[in-house]
Structures are given as C-alpha cells and as structure tokens.
Design a protein. Structure first.
Length: 414
C-alpha cells in the first residue's frame, strides 16, 4: 500500500503492547496485543481569498450539514482546473486539527481520530497554474460513541530497536472480513527511512495483517507507523476502537540458522559467522517446525506448563532464557537436561534446546525481530503461527493485500 506524503507521519503517540502469555513447547497459545500509533501532520495554512473569475471546479465532502459522520472522516474533494493547496479543519471551539493530503490528492487525513458528537468546519483551497484560487467550505457533525467496536493492536513499541526481520504486525479482534479489508488497509500507514518498498498482507482469518519489504529491513531503518482506524467502520456494525502508532528503529543484522542434519545453530552478524553451537530439536513424536521465524518475546525466566492441555502427559518446568518463535509454543531456550544430546539427537518437545552458557550468549545479543531459520525437520511452519511473513515468497506475500499492489519500484512508503 502506498502511504501518505511524508508530512503525514509525524507520530507522537507511544505504542503499548500487552505481555504475551508463555506456554511450553508444543502448547497452543492465542495472541493478544494492544499497542498505539497516531500520526500527526502539520496543520495546513489558511485558505486564500476566492477569485471572482476562476475556471476551477471544486466539491468537498462531507457535505455541509451532514451529521452522524464517523470520527475517522477525511476531508475529500474532487477538483479540476487546479490542485488543492490548502486544507484547514477546526472544531467547534476554533481549534485547528493537524493532518495531511494523501499522495493521490483524493483527500486530507486528520492526524488523529476526531471527537464524537463534535461539529467541525473545513475549508479547502484549490490553486490553478496561473495562481487563481477557489475556496469551498463545509461543516459536519460526528456521530456518537459506537455500540460495537473492533479491538486493535500493534506489535511495536515507541523508541525500541528491533531485528531486521521485524514485521509491522497489526491485530484486529474480531478479524476483518475480506469485504472490509480494503477500507481498513487504506488507513494503515507505514514510512521507512531510508525508503524501502513495502506491502500489507492479511492472514486468512483477518485477525492480523503484516507489513514487510521484499527483503529484510536495512540495518538502521526508522519505521514510522500509524494504524489510523479509530472510529473507522470495520464491518458488521463495528468501528475501530482507536488509532495506534509507533516510531521504532531497526538494529544490526543478526541471523540464527538451525540445521537439523548437523544439529547445530550458526549465528551470523552482518553476514559473518560469529558463533556455532550444538542444539537438540523436537523428538520424532513432537518435531520442531522448519521455516523462517522471528523472535517474538524474550524472558530470562518463565514456566512452561502444558498440564492444562495435555493432562497427565503434560509437564510443568522452570525455564531460563526463553525466546519465543511461535504461538504454538516453540522457543529457543536453555536446556541443561539435554546438553548431552545437543549436537547428536533430538529430545525436546519441539523447542530449540541449547546449553545454559549458549542460551545466555544468544539472549544477550538477540533482539525481538531477529530471524531464526530452521531447516530439515520435515514439518513445515504454519502461516500465522507466530510472525511468519518471511516464510513465504514476496510474490506469495503480496497476494494477501486487500488493495492493488503497484509495481515494486513504485511501492515506496510514503
């Protein structure tokens, strides 16, 4: 999705994310996330005086006097003979609302969700190549608080540094149906600095959408994100609960490659091997999955408990230096009990077992968003079991977009 102009994305609200529930290897888990993006852009300048004889046509929405307008409303316009050069929006107290034009010039997007039951006045100025202007004004009143909402989340924290495989992950509860995804996706904005191509892609349930580039992010990339769905109709009589935003950074490039054939993990930083270590993967009855995963969470100490799902066959054990790879319960973690098997045979419940010293070494160097690639286990990673957008090709990934995807060279955000 091509985002808005650069001016749209001065993000000021911090991201908040709910802690992830931990479970033992192979234990099914559901994700619950909450975060925040909100984009603000500089307020537009005051409109010019309308020329008496201007060959310009300009119409504006919402129509003047319209009521029950969603609080996600954009100031839309159709113009010929000129270009829109100024949009101002003020509330009933005369306070200006910041915002910015979309790249295609079809509308002006407020930098934050509008207030409920509030009357707003908009003024749109179009200017021709000869410097002639036309101004159209409108006013409208927003709807009250909706009875039903779609919960939203963003797996990104303000001012945090992530690994190069960190996707932008937006979450919706309940999931967004296919018919409603395009409208929601149009309000999901990402800017990368330096600019890199990128596209949104939905999971089949519509509960999550991932944003990624064709390749891992460049080290040092700055991600500016706004999921601007507060007050937006999301289908089924529901409206988005709030805008969510974050500004984050991508760190150095660290990759962990695990090969079942050798029972070893190879760690690379910036393309150079920095360490190899023996591992033990899932036993034949509980195999590890093969695929490209991403570190989702890190805990110095936790408890794996499968007794609630596996009954008498379950277990409860204290775990140190655990790094989550999937929602279904696969981790990289310290396993002192399997040191003798590491490098030789698979004895875990699906996790990547490493020695205590190697677990500490990895934990101290890894970031959430670092890629972990496991191969040779014979069991494939299921899409959506964790942050899995890198586990499919770029061509396959873009098929999940609800909007037409421009040619790769044109997909520069925003």
């Amino acid at each position: 999705m091509v985002g808005m102009r650069r001016s749209l994305m001065t993000v000021v609200v911090a991201a908040v994310i709910a802690p992830m529930a931990l479970a033992g290897c192979g234990d099914k888990q559901k994700a619950a996330a909450a975060a925040t993006p909100a984009a603000s852009a500089g307020a537009s300048s005051a409109p010019s005086a309308e020329s008496a004889t201007v060959p310009i046509t300009l119409s504006v929405t919402p129509a003047s006097g319209k009521t029950d307008v969603p609080t996600s409303a954009e100031v839309g316009f159709q113009v010929s003979g000129a270009k829109v050069t100024s949009v101002t929006l003020t509330d009933s107290k005369g306070k200006a609302v910041s915002g910015a034009l979309r790249d295609d010039g079809s509308s002006w997007v407020p930098g934050k969700t509008l207030k409920t039951k509030e009357t707003y006045a908009a003024s749109v100025v179009a200017t021709s190549d000869r410097g002639l202007t036309k101004t159209v004004r409108t006013s409208f009143t927003t709807m009250g608080a909706p009875a039903h909402r779609t919960g939203t989340g963003l797996y990104l924290f303000d001012d945090h540094t992530y690994g190069v495989a960190m996707p932008v992950v937006a979450e919706f509860n309940p999931g967004i149906k296919k018919a409603d995804r395009a409208a929601v996706q149009k309000r999901m904005f990402v800017r990368t600095d330096p600019p890199q191509p990128g596209v949104w892609s939905w999971t089949s349930s519509g509960t999550q959408a991932y944003y990624r580039a064709p390749e891992y992010w460049q080290p040092g990339t700055r991600l500016t994100v706004r999921i601007a769905v507060g007050g937006l109709a999301t289908g089924g009589g529901r409206y988005g609960d709030r805008d969510r935003s974050a500004v984050a950074k991508i760190g150095r490039k660290l990759e962990m490659n695990v090969d079942n054939a050798t029972k070893k993990m190879t760690v690379l930083q910036d393309g150079q091997v920095v360490k190899t270590m023996p591992v033990s993967l899932g036993r034949p009855s509980k195999p590890s999955v093969s695929g490209t995963m991403v570190i989702m969470d890190k805990q110095t100490q936790t408890v794996f408990d499968t007794t609630d799902t596996a009954g008498s066959a379950g277990y409860r054990v204290n775990i140190q230096y655990a790094q989550r790879l999937t929602w279904s319960g696969q981790f990289v973690h310290s396993a002192p009990w399997s040191v003798g098997a590491q490098g030789h045979r698979n004895v875990s419940h699906g996790c990547v077992n490493v020695s205590p010293s190697n677990a500490v070494w990895l934990f101290n160097r890894s970031l959430i968003g670092d890629p972990v690639v496991v191969k040779g286990t014979g069991t494939k990673l299921a899409y959506g079991d964790g942050w899995t957008p890198w586990n499919v090709s770029w061509d396959e990934f873009v098929k999940g977009s609800a909007l037409p995807v421009p040619h790769l060279a044109e997909v520069i955000t925003p």
